[in-house]
Design a protein around this ligand. Structure first.
Ligand code: ATP
Ligand code: MG
Length: 243
């Protein structure tokens, strides 16, 4: 991790009608950090991620990504971010390779570089041997991994993933976790949400606990355990859900 702040969340709020999905959220993420967002269903995690990836606009506040405003300069940010959405977004009648070719084209990659990037992405998610198969014949975990490969094609500095390991078997989960570690080694910043607390505890440099649109606490696993006087993060989360 380097100490440079790459993401700065400033007074971020998002309202859907009467519902305040994010309520004045403020925090920063450093370059090279693996940062986890942990919170119950409906806490506001996906809402935050949709603003971070410039897919939706906040009601108030902003997110600065490498100094650029997510609300005012989305075009400056798109190249820095790779996004893996909560729902699978792939063309199921095409092969994995053709999906990657399609997206690589959208990102403006051509020739040898395009070939290299596709090979690299397939290798990170361990799908090279299934690249020629149609996506409709992939398992859920393979589809998820292909989605991650798509998000890596343009070499984003920041990878944002909404529940990348939900509904995947242990082998796919291992590949995804190994992939995240590989990206960290390259100095990239990874932000992800998950309901798997064990996974968060072992992977994340820091975790933000979010509940009802509010950041309740941010810290390393040890800092959070100390702050709440608990043995593990699961106990902390159970307390939140009982409130
Ligand atoms: N487009 C929308 N219109 C209205 N309400 C929305 C919309 N998107 C989200 N919400 C509401 O905002 C709140 C936060 O939702 P969000 O999807 O951000 O939660 P989450 O933390 O990602 O939950 P989960 O763990 O279930 O994925 C919820 O109450 C949700 O119903
Ligand atoms: Mg969500």
């Amino acid at each position: 991790m380097n100490s440079q702040i790459v993401i700065e969340v400033q007074g971020l709020s998002k309202r859907y009608g009467k519902l305040l999905a994010l309520n004045n959220v403020n925090f920063s993420i450093h370059g090279g950090e693996i940062f986890g967002l942990l919170g119950p269903n409906g806490a506001g995690k996906s809402t935050f991620i949709s603003i971070l990836t410039t897919l939706s606009k906040p009601t108030a506040g902003d997110i600065l990504i490498k100094g650029f405003s997510a609300t005012k300069q989305p075009d400056k940010i798109k190249r820095s971010i790779g996004f893996v959405p909560q729902d699978i977004a792939l063309y199921s009648v095409l092969s994995g390779m053709d999906n990657l070719n399609f997206w690589a084209g959208i990102y403006g990659l051509k020739g040898e570089l395009k070939k290299q990037r596709i090979e690299e992405a397939l290798s990170i998610v361990r799908l090279a041997d299934r690249a020629k198969d149609k996506v409709e014949n992939y398992s859920g975990g393979m589809k998820r991994r292909l989605n991650i490969a798509v998000a890596l094609l343009h070499h984003p500095e920041i990878l944002v993933m909404d529940e990348p390991t939900v509904g995947v078997d242990i082998q796919s989960r291992k590949y995804i976790i190994d992939g995240i570690m590989e990206l960290k080694k390259e100095g990239r910043t990874v932000i992800f949400t998950s309901h798997y607390i064990d996974e968060m505890e072992s992977l994340c440099d820091r975790i933000a606990i979010i509940d009802k649109g509010t950041i309740r606490n941010i810290g390393t696993v040890n800092e959070l355990k100390h702050a709440y006087g608990k043995e593990n993060i699961e106990e902390i989360m159970l307390d939140f859900m009982e409130e």
